[in-house]
Design a protein around this ligand. Structure first.
Ligand code: BGC
Ligand code: BGC
Length: 661
């Protein structure tokens, strides 16, 4: 949804001046002729260059000079651990592997830390045993996007939407450091995080991967997260960070995943470039290209797919923003560039992609790319630049001469846990939206009726990107050390009784002192999470039903709502005395009860979270749509609000009219 951002723009200009960045003056794009050619405007933002290490650059140049074409192209390939054995790294000189969401060593969901490290060592040893004049250690990338979320037993932090609600850059830095240690415990050296999307339409299934709608917060968080993950890049527990997805991923029409962002340059920079300014200034070594496209209809300029845009990847990111690290393409994303397939895309390489993430077809991709260089379709200078950047990142990160198992965290179960930190993050991230009659905080020792499908569901609590890609096909057993909200309630309600009746049917509400309903969205990721309307009841009628079963019996109803976005919930609010947005809190349910229960006299903690997005009073985002709670809203115990009172209710909507911004 487009929001006028006059105020924001002024803040931006100030921020950029403080950073030594030229503020965008823009507007001039408006008067460009139709079908103008994409080019970097003189008013686009810049970042200062950081000096390169001359010795390191000399060593890299010498190495590149000794490499054969096949060795160079091999360095530019990243493929899935399911698609390449260690032996493939040796014989094909592959530069990198990744494990995608729901991919584990040996295909085992419960793979031990030892088996992760053993596989990382095997890739390293094989790469170092190649016949290249200078064998190069591999990068291994992983989506550790809310903790080391593919690994059983790892602490899962709140998804980024919750961190955005907390507004605490220091917390985010601590989480980055904890994620670095956890990832090193498995021998992995590269993390595909943070996502710095500034989400405009929450029908997007990746809304929760972003920190919110405030570009200034995203910029600050990007810096803090990158510094936390990377540190000085030399430590035993640090990993390479990725700022993603470059750029405009959060601005697509109707929130369609991998769609088109229609925006003038000004809006692109004011909103969608901010995370890169923060992340790159903090030294982020890698940037992932976005599946999405950018088009500026008012200026008559279509920039096309990010993966194929030389103007954006090279002229803007590498030249204007002085980015010296490597650009990685997203999962088979090259195949979406017009004229390309996922095993052949000179356009993406020429545009500035340095490393190609390819799910399976890496062999034909190597053959095709080698041929492209031989025919001149891809200049050798571009290949040399890509390999130089890859080697630079590998050297800066201290990969040479360091086997993955050499980290002091490798294989250490303690390194994948940071439960106190995650519990604090949960406490900071919760947002109190309604607390009529000061129902909260609860006094322990009462008779508590718990209802709702999500109370004892760790999969619902942790969301997508948790053990599996979508967060589906898991059970509580996949999260051995996690605490569900239900068990947290049992622990916190000392001296009392907790009864769980998922549907609320067949219980006498009058037999209890208070009802706690835990409801919300089921896990999803990427495109599968896109929705056609923000009506929660349209998707989960059972959640309204359970509240109907328990409301109106003279007992207060406290609703705990788990979701990866703000949705239309007027009907649910009307049936709740108190309502708390939990977002996707992760493995530490006790962070929730820390806030819900008080000691004998006082709350133990107060709320501090605020909603990072507007809560609409309609299911359909559109310009000027009515807002119930503005971004930045959140109640506290200290400052109780007037009762919310009954809200208007709309019938559930399955899909929204396609209103163009
Ligand atoms: C996602 C990226 C992710 C990559 C690897 C893609 O589909 O867009 O965010 O890093 O897969 O799993
Ligand atoms: C992988 C994910 C990836 C996705 C892209 C899945 O199979 O596990 O990591 O993001 O494909 O479509």
């Amino acid at each position: 949804m487009f929001r006028p951002h006059r105020r924001r723009a002024r803040g931006l200009a100030l921020g950029l001046c403080l950073m030594g960045v030229v503020p965008p003056l823009v507007a001039q794009a408006q008067s460009a002729p139709p079908s103008a050619q994409p080019r970097v405007g003189s008013d686009w933002p810049t970042l200062p260059a950081t000096p390169l290490d001359p010795d390191q650059e000399r060593r890299i140049a010498a190495m590149v000079g000794r490499m054969s074409l096949r060795q160079k192209v091999g360095q530019m390939i990243q493929t899935e651990i399911k698609a390449a054995s260690p032996e493939d790294l040796r014989t094909w000189y592959l530069g990198s592997v990744l494990n995608g969401g729901g991919s584990w060593p040996g295909g085992r969901q419960d793979a031990s830390l030892t088996s992760w490290v053993r596989l990382a060592d095997a890739y390293y040893d094989a790469a170092m045993a190649s016949d290249a004049p200078d064998p190069v250690p591999p990068l291994w990338g992983v989506d550790a996007v809310h903790g080391h979320n593919n690994v059983q037993g790892a602490t899962l932090f709140p998804h980024n939407i919750g961190l955005g609600a907390a507004r605490d850059p220091e917390l985010v830095g601590e989480i980055g450091r904890a994620v670095g240690r956890a990832v090193r415990a498995t021998g992995i050296n590269w993390v595909f995080a943070p996502t710095v999307a500034v989400v405009q339409d929450q029908r997007w299934g990746r809304t929760y991967e972003g920190f919110g709608a405030d570009p200034a917060l995203v910029r600050t968080y990007a810096g803090a997260y990158v510094r936390g993950l990377q540190g000085d890049l030399k430590g035993d527990g640090t990993v390479i960070a990725t700022v993603k997805h470059f750029f405009g991923d959060g601005g697509t029409e109707t929130g369609r995943n991998e769609g088109v962002t229609l925006a003038p340059a000004r809006q692109m920079f004011d909103l969608h470039a901010q995370g890169y300014l923060g992340g790159l200034a903090a030294g982020a070594q890698t940037v992932m290209a976005s599946f999405s496209s950018w088009s500026d209809p008012a200026a008559g300029i279509d920039y096309g797919k990010m993966h194929g845009s030389r103007v954006l990847l090279t002229d803007f990111l590498k030249t204007r923003l002085n980015f010296q690290g490597l650009v990685i393409s997203d999962w088979d994303g090259i195949g979406q560039v017009p004229g390309c397939t996922r095993s052949h895309c000179p356009q993406a390489i020429n545009a500035g992609v340095d490393m190609l993430m390819v799910s399976t077809e890496w062999k034909p991709l190597i053959e095709n790319t080698v041929k492209d260089v031989e025919t001149g379709a891809v200049p050798m200078a571009r290949i040399d630049d890509a390999v130089t950047r890859i080697l630079r990142v590998k050297m800066r990160a201290g990969l040479f001469g360091r086997r993955p198992s050499a980290s002091r965290y490798a294989g250490k179960p303690a390194a994948i846990e940071a439960r106190g930190l995650a519990r604090r993050a949960v406490r900071e991230s919760l947002v109190l939206l309604k607390n009529d009659g000061a129902v909260l905080p609860l006094r322990p020792g009462r008779r508590v009726l718990v209802v709702g499908k999500s109370a004892d569901s760790l999969p619902d609590q942790v969301g997508g990107w948790s053990i599996t890609w979508q967060g589906d096909h898991t059970t509580n057993a996949d999260f051995p050390r996690a605490v569900s909200v239900l068990s947290a309630l049992r622990r916190a309600n000392r001296g009392g009784k907790v009864t769980y009746a998922p549907t609320g049917e067949g219980v006498r509400v009058e037999d209890f002192d208070v009802v706690v309903a835990v409801i919300g969205e089921r896990p999803y990721a990427e495109t599968a999470g896109d929705v056609a309307s923000l009506s929660h009841t349209a998707r989960y009628p059972e959640d309204l039903k359970v509240l109907e079963a328990v409301a109106g019996h003279g007992r207060p109803v406290v609703t705990l709502f788990e979701s990866g976005r703000t949705v239309y919930v007027n009907d649910l609010l009307n049936r709740s005395d108190a309502f708390v947005a939990l977002w996707l809190p992760g493995s530490e349910g006790q962070g929730v009860t820390d806030l819900l229960f008080r000691d004998a006299r006082h709350p133990r903690f107060d709320f501090r979270g605020v909603t990072p997005f507007d809560w609409l009073a309609t299911a359909c985002p559109a310009p000027g749509a009515p807002v119930l709670f503005r971004a930045g809203f959140g109640l506290t115990y200290k400052h109780p609000a007037a009762p919310l009172g009954p809200l208007g209710e709309a019938a559930p909507v399955q899909s929204c009219p396609d209103v163009r911004r």
